[in-house]
Design a protein around this ligand. Structure first.
Ligand code: PEP
Length: 253
């Protein structure tokens, strides 16, 4: 049985005070309302991690995540954050390869393969993002493009290490646009990705890999998306900044 995960990517939003309020609201709502076997993950800005970690405490259904890390373990990398620093404040998950990092910071599939290694070796769980542009979809190259992202960034991993990965399929045209992939479009891609994983690592590993959907997911469309057989939860941007919406998405199974 693969894990159901709903992760919130706060991106570069919220002062520390606002982040503490948001996290406190989410932790309380989850404790009182979330009955299903879903893991909620709060991927906050670095500066919030330590405070949010204390708010989460030992809450069972919520974990802490980061939105990025450096690929080196330590040293002269001004302004960067290492995996050991993340671990020291209780981080368990790290988003890697978000399309905004690929686009604005030039992160390539090859570069991300190195970051994936660093994160796994530290004992953290990568949430590896993949997804195509609208132009790529319109010329019918989306399946090849996205499966290739997995091949180039993840398929060097051993079976044991691959089984530690969480994947998030995020069509770029759906991120922050209010346009969600239809449940059929999302399911079709998730199925392709699972088949691609099965070809390399076998059915058992593919069946155990959590593949999340991301892209304008909200409390209204989450239930339809999560009902698809290959969709194991969501990576949520805008709607993760509202406690009520985020928790309602978590309750959409
Ligand atoms: C994201 O950026 O990971 C994301 C899914 O954003 P949104 O939910 O706002 O589309």
């Amino acid at each position: 049985m693969r894990n159901k995960i709903v992760a919130g990517n706060w991106k570069m939003n919220n002062t520390l005070e606002q982040g503490v309020t948001l996290a406190s609201e989410i932790v309380n709502m989850v404790a009182n309302e979330l009955t299903d076997d879903v893991k909620m993950v709060l991927c906050t800005p670095y500066i919030h991690l330590s405070s949010v970690s204390k708010i989460i405490g030992d809450a069972e259904k919520i974990s802490l995540g980061a939105q990025n890390c450096n690929d080196n373990l330590k040293g002269a990398y001004t302004g960067e954050i290492s995996v050991d620093m993340l671990k020291s404040v209780g981080v368990e998950y790290v988003i890697l390869g978000h399309s905004e990092r690929r686009e604005y910071y030039g992160e390539s599939n090859e570069f991300l393969a190195g970051k994936v290694n660093t994160v796994i070796e530290a004992g953290l769980t990568p949430i590896f993002c993949c997804g195509e542009t609208l132009e790529t979809r319109e010329r019918g190259a989306h399946f090849d493009f996205v499966t290739n992202q997995l091949t180039e960034s993840l398929f060097h991993l051993s079976v044991e290490n691959f089984s530690k990965i969480v994947i998030a399929y995020e069509p770029i045209w759906a991120i922050g646009t209010g346009v969600t992939a239809s449940k059929e479009q999302a399911q079709e891609m998730h199925e392709k990705l699972r088949a691609h994983i099965a070809k390399k690592y076998g059915t058992e590993i593919a069946d155990g890999t959590s593949i999340l959907y991301g892209g304008s997911c909200n409390p209204k469309n989450a239930a339809d998306l999560f009902a698809q057989k290959d969709i194991d939860g969501g990576l949520i941007g805008g709607a993760s900044l509202k406690s009520r919406d985020f928790v309602d998405i978590g309750k959409s199974y």
